[in-house]
Design a binder for this molecule. Structure first.
Ligand code: KG4
Ligand code: ZN
Length: 346
């Protein structure tokens, strides 16, 4: 009997559905919500409405493209949290309805666990989703960097994870997005900062770095320092941003990468774990990837970088987590409710 999981992702502004059979990805669809661009960030009310419009067509298409029928499904997995409540409610209600109608198990997935288990997605064409030497061996350290989260996680097994460091304020992706907005880039600014940074000087400007002693991160000070710096320079020269946009992006990106890698080095020293993986939307950053490669060569780390299709929010990561939870019989009842701030599994 094959295990076929439909994964549903609706935590923020992307509506996703994916089908995974015995750990192999058959289809992975995402409907992006362009509506938020003009507002410079996600508008929760608009996000939940768009999920309502998208969820059934996206799920139908994912099933059609996978070549299975709904009756082949073993379980429905959905993002329970963390995320926007109105968005989570759409995906969870859809998943509950479908699981009830088909009389199959319902599996609640933690979105962050999903980002990490994206490292284990195998697709039909390739052996694995990774660009470097396949999926990471256990235990490994995962630097999870997304628009909403920045964490260092010790991953001991598929479903055995421990957060040993995390941001106390903004996430790394937010630092890219908010600073990018200050210099006129559209939301989400991370990819544009990445592009522009490639033509700029990373040492042109210096911005403040946090001085936290533990493994926790902080990015709000950088955001403020960047904002004040720009304000003062514009005062002297109204065309400062236009003239120095590439250098600003390169220096900002360089600072964010330094902050991320400093704590990662510390985490390696503290845990003794030298297998390092990236996860989350910011792991697509070319500067972060090359800095990690360089550091790995220097320190003798083994590194694992997922393909960018599986780093930003997607449903394949929810389906693969659902698959591993299915193998353990970790099902949820119909009374399961979304958790906007995430939850601890018992
Ligand atoms: O994982 P994700 O899709 O969403 C969350 O779960 O939050 O991550 C989105 C974040 C955004 O902040 C976006 O600007 C950032 O990932 N991002 C990047 C790049 N591509 C996406 N940041 C820097 N460089 C990139 N190439
Ligand atoms: Zn995410």
């Amino acid at each position: 009997m094959k295990t076929v999981i439909l994964g549903i992702e609706s935590s923020c502004d992307d509506t996703g559905a994916a089908v995974i059979r015995d750990g192999v990805l058959l289809s992975n669809l995402i409907a992006n919500q362009e509506v938020h661009r003009e507002f410079g960030g996600v508008v929760p009310e608009l996000a939940s409405r768009a999920h309502q419009q998208n969820i059934i067509p996206v799920a139908k298409q994912a099933i059609n493209q996978s070549g299975i029928t709904v009756n082949d499904l073993s379980a429905v997995a959905f993002t329970r949290g963390p995320g926007l409540m109105g968005s989570l409610l759409v995906g969870s209600s859809f998943a509950k309805g479908l699981a009830l109608a088909l009389n199959i198990p319902l599996i609640a997935v933690n979105h962050l666990q999903g980002h990490i288990l994206a490292l284990f997605i195998r697709d039909q064409k390739k052996r694995s989703a990774q660009v470097i030497t396949g999926s990471p061996p256990f235990p490994f350290l995962c630097l999870l960097v997304s628009g909403g989260h920045t964490q260092i996680v010790v991953v001991r097994d598929y479903l055995e994870m421990e957060i040993i460091g995390q941001t106390i304020d903004d996430a790394a992706g937010e630092a890219f997005d908010k600073c990018g907005k200050v210099i006129g880039l559209t939301y989400p600014a991370g990819p544009a900062v990445d592009q522009l940074a490639q033509k700029g000087n990373p040492d042109a400007f210096t911005f403040s770095k946090p001085r936290l002693k533990d493994l926790n991160y902080s990015f709000s000070g950088l955001k403020t320092s960047f904002l004040y710096f720009i304000r003062d320079r514009i005062h002297e020269d109204p065309y400062f941003i236009e003239k120095r946009r590439e250098d600003l992006c390169a220096s900002l990106q360089h600072t964010i990468i330094e902050i991320l890698l400093n704590k990662l080095r510390l985490a390696v020293i503290q845990t003794g774990i030298r297998n390092i993986a990236l996860a989350g939307g910011v792991s697509a950053n070319s500067g972060l990837q090359s800095a990690l490669r360089q550091e790995a060569r220097k320190q003798g780390w083994n590194i694992y970088i997922p393909e960018s299709a599986y780093t930003t929010d997607n449903a394949a990561m929810i389906a693969i987590t659902g698959y591993y939870k299915y193998l353990k019989g970790a099902f949820s009842g119909q009374d399961v409710a979304p958790e906007a701030r995430g939850w601890e599994e018992k």
